[in-house]
Design a protein around this ligand. Structure first.
Ligand SMILES: *Cc1c(COP(=O)(O)O)cnc(C)c1O
Length: 356
């Protein structure tokens, strides 16, 4: 593997003060990782360099055709001062599945992992340690050919930036209110819903704005063909607990395969809880919420880990779930996953990867 060159900053930035609670995604560390790609040459000159502005041609293809992939994972500092990544192999695998769908060249797994470890290690003093905080890691690739015309780019830049973060929702683990969206859709099977890419997010904005205007924090997405089956909630996967059974939509080609989703499924199975990955219709959810059989509902994703849902709104009907409190299973998933991430609990083999 190529060695990663390190160029340290001559003027380190001031780190966020201990007094102010950290927000999400507003502060960036002193360094970043960068590697370039050229057809015929492959990925070349991997380096950790001071965090800097980019200079790109306005004609760079990413600006016009959205050829872009991103990932999201976190690093934690344990009480003993070890630095842990949570299941980075899963993000690397998914990044390359997204790349494949988006006609972006594959990133060698070994280089990807080494890049994560190196940049996190260089900026390890930026990893916050207060409860609920972590270092969010954002790897992403952009198409850089200066060209107007639709085809895959011949050149790319892969970068990793880091951001010390607090709770994703300022309200912490408070249950959120969800708007069931039956007009706009996020993705359709055959499209790019399975890939982690900006295009899926811009597709979601109009519905999010509409939900916010109505006083709801996230959108519950239905499938693009029938507007009938549950897909995801905002930018998270969704779980329901109905009559003791944990149910989540099956990966159907338009749902993003979350690492947190996979972790929750695997923990529930270990705990002997009955788990189903299947189609779930909005009618089934509404009936279970109305009858009170819906015990819990929560979203899962790296940013928030789990996010309890306290209310569902469909057209004019408001359905309350769990009496506005966080459910027992939701809390157990949160405590266990964050416990493993912080090195307080031992997770399944390979879930914690140490940065030396
Ligand atoms: C990233 C993402 C998720 C959550 O995936 P994690 O790997 O658990 O962070 C869910 N849905 C969408 C649309 C996403 O982009």
């Amino acid at each position: 593997m190529q060695t990663i060159r390190i160029e340290r900053t001559a003027c380190p930035k001031e780190k966020p003060g201990k007094e102010n609670p950290l927000t999400f995604g507003t502060i960036f560390t002193d360094h970043m990782f960068e590697v370039d790609y050229e057809e015929g040459k492959g990925w070349y000159d991997p380096r950790v360099v001071p965090y800097h502005k980019l200079e790109l041609e306005p004609s760079s293809m990413v600006f016009h055709y959205g050829q872009e992939m991103f990932e999201g994972l976190k690093a934690y500092k344990t009480e003993e001062g070890k630095i842990l990544l949570f299941r980075p192999d899963k993000n690397i695998e998914r990044a390359n599945r997204s790349n494949d769908r988006l006609c972006i060249p594959e990133i060698p797994e070994e280089l990807f992992l080494e890049a994560l470890k190196t940049v996190v290690s260089v900026d390890q003093d930026w990893i916050p340690t207060k409860p609920g905080t972590s270092l969010y890691i954002r790897p992403f690739v952009i198409a850089t050919d200066p060209f107007l015309g639709v085809r895959p780019s011949h050149t790319y830049k892969f970068m990793i930036i880091l951001s010390p973060v607090g709770a994703y929702y300022a309200s912490g683990l408070d249950p959120v209110k969800i708007w069931i969206e039956d007009d706009y859709v996020r993705a359709v099977k055959g499209g790019i819903g399975e890939a982690k890419t900006g295009g899926n997010y811009v597709a979601s904005l109009a519905a999010q704005v509409k939900a916010h205007e109505e006083g709801y924090s996230q959108v519950l997405w239905l499938d693009g063909v029938h507007r009938k089956y549950i897909e995801e909630v905002g930018a998270m996967n969704i779980f329901f607990k109905i009559n003791g059974v944990v149910i989540t939509p099956e990966l159907n080609g338009s749902i993003l395969p979350g690492v947190t989703r996979d972790s929750v499924l695997s923990l529930c199975r270990d705990w002997g809880i009955k788990v189903e990955e299947r189609k779930i219709s909005v009618d089934e959810i509404v009936a279970a919420a109305r009858s009170g059989e819906m015990e819990e509902c929560f979203g899962t994703g790296t940013a928030a880990v789990v996010s309890p849902v306290g209310e569902l709104r469909l057209e004019d009907e408001r359905m309350s779930i769990g009496g506005g409190k966080i459910g027992e299973l939701t809390q157990r998933c949160y405590d266990t996953i964050t416990g493993i991430q912080l090195g307080r609990l031992t997770g399944p083999e390979g879930w914690s990867v140490e940065v030396k």
